[in-house]
Ligand binder design. Sequence first.
Ligand code: 3HB
Length: 286
Amino acid sequence: MTVHMVNGSGIAVEEVWRTDRPVRSGAWGEAVFSEDGELLFYAARLGPQPIYRERVRELYENALRFTWERGYTDLVRMWNLIGDITGPNAEGAEIYRDFCVGRAEAFATWEAQFPQLPAATGIGTLSPGIDLCFLATKQGRTVHLENPRQTPAYQYPSRYGPRSPSFARATFLHGEQTSSLFVSGTASILGEDTAHAGDIERQTLETLRNIDVLVGRDNLSRHGLHGYGYAVQDLDQVKVYVRDPEHIATVRDICAQTFHSETEIAYFNVGVCRPDLLVEIEGVCR
Ligand code: 3HB
């Protein structure tokens, strides 16, 4: 999939997922997929819509049906890339909230098969429409995590939208040789509230602190993952989403001070899911 996430001066990024096993790839309706018998990667695009919820419900239901029928019973990590994320749909409702309704309805229909929500990102893009992609796996390898500093997103009250966002703060994947902790798109949210509105430096630092607590030993133990623990510096394949281009230099400076020099970091100049969030960060600890 090709998604418009950097403008003229930004650097385009290519993401490639590799496996040692033989891969089978194909198309299914509008979607494309690759699988190796242990992991499935699935991607589909929904073009611009006046109202999204019904088509998002279909997009998700098709994806969940395909995933379940191929025996990938556990979702690992999902990305939702949403054009004009905080802009209005044809009824004047925010597109992200409209999207969340369709996604929540699909998960409700498939709750018996997929009772647990995985790590995810819901972030803006620079072109209209919605791209969905995700990783799923065979049974019994995932642990989904919440952050003690944040209200679970699926419990957000209705002032943040008629249906709360369907995702966990991180997902731990027990691999065959190595394990990975997939960190969801993380922002400057404490409890359920945006912290430091209007202040890019403090939002970036709070975001990094949220990640540090999320991936730390205490939080992993709390989720039954004894003997594992990371710090924010252990994040790799980092994606940093910055809303306003004039903030990118500040965020880069803070990230340069936080992460190792060899850490892979990609910057995107896109909207975040609340108008007062200026930055969001995600990545993987291994
Ligand atoms: C989401 O709705 O899937 C989502 C949104 C975010 C961060 C993470 C996940 O802003």
